[in-house]
Design a protein around this ligand. Structure first.
Ligand code: SF4
Length: 293
């Protein structure tokens, strides 16, 4: 085991030590228990059911995309579903590994656009997963029956308040959403009056001022999130929509082999150190900071 010191940015004192397995140790990980001891399982999972969103928000990286993942080079939206058998196969795999959530079914997409959402969420709920979903709320607001059917199936809805112009409007809308569910918890993303994250490839990224200190911050996201795109590609974090680091494809490789790969462990543990973002093209201009540790 290789030990890596972490240094406090304020006083330059060593604050803790992270350990990194050697290549041989990772190769020797023959049992689940060994793997968990060396690199813990993710804490949050995204399993994206389909590629589309009905909105085009200026803080969202999908707006500027022309890679063929969200939009074509001509700006048309990509419409693709994760096959249902793959959804169930992945859920079964992570369940067998001991994961029970929280899980969500979107990435840069609106999950409720998927006609299978109710069936898949119900299946995952019965299986025992905790579901925490982000939605722009447009489908749910129009569909009373779907709201009733999903009440309590989805444990938590985080609803985007994207169109409010005043705090009074926000407050009225929040009250409406809270009264619409009796079992599911409802929280809110205050995107219009709050402060959305500054995400690469979004319109906002190019025009807003950015706190340069964040580029020196460590990043814990890759250690805590397992994110699978609609085509099976596994991302490093929610900013890695193009799966730039080629960490694996969940349609072709077992989830545990992807998560506990030498590559993933190396990148995740490197990013736990202050000043490490510059090691990866994806990270060196990233102003996103999650305070997990
Ligand atoms: S620094 Fe940014 S791009 Fe890199 S892993 Fe963290 S959140 Fe993702």
């Amino acid at each position: 085991m290789i030990q890596l010191g972490r240094v406090c940015t304020a006083c330059s004192a060593a604050t803790s030590v992270v350990t990194r397995p050697t290549e041989t140790e990772v190769a020797d990980m023959s049992t689940g228990a060994d793997r968990h001891a060396i690199f813990p399982m993710w804490k949050h999972m995204g399993l994206e059911l389909q590629s589309l969103c009905n909105r085009d928000c200026d803080w969202c990286p999908r707006q500027m995309d022309k890679s063929g993942i969200r939009k074509t080079p001509h700006g048309y939206s990509v419409v693709q579903e994760m096959p249902t058998d793959k959804v169930h196969c992945i859920l079964d795999q992570v369940y067998a590994l001991g994961f029970r959530g929280p899980i969500h079914f979107h990435s840069l997409s609106e999950p409720l656009l998927d006609a299978r959402y109710l069936a898949i969420a119900t299946h995952a709920h019965v299986q025992g997963f905790l579901i925490e979903e982000n939605t722009n709320g447009d489908i749910l607001r129009l569909n009373t029956q779907l709201r009733k059917q999903l009440d309590g199936v989805v444990d938590l809805f985080n609803i985007g308040l994207y169109d409010c112009k005043t705090e009074a409007e926000e407050s009225t809308l929040m009250d409406w959403w809270r009264s619409a569910f009796t079992k599911s918890i409802v929280t809110f993303s205050r995107m219009s009056l709050g402060s959305p994250r500054t995400r690469q490839n979004s319109l906002l990224y190019n025009i807003r001022s950015k706190d340069q200190r964040v580029l020196e911050y460590p990043c814990f996201s890759p250690q805590y999130q397992l994110l699978i795109r609609y085509d099976g590609e596994v991302a490093l974090c929610c900013e890695d929509d193009t799966s730039e680091l080629s960490l694996g494809n969940a349609f072709r490789e077992p989830i545990e082999d992807i998560w506990w790969s030498q590559r993933r462990i190396d990148v995740a543990l490197t990013l736990r150190k202050s000043g490490s973002r510059k090691a990866y093209p994806l990270c060196k201009n990233c102003y996103v900071f999650f305070g997990w540790d």
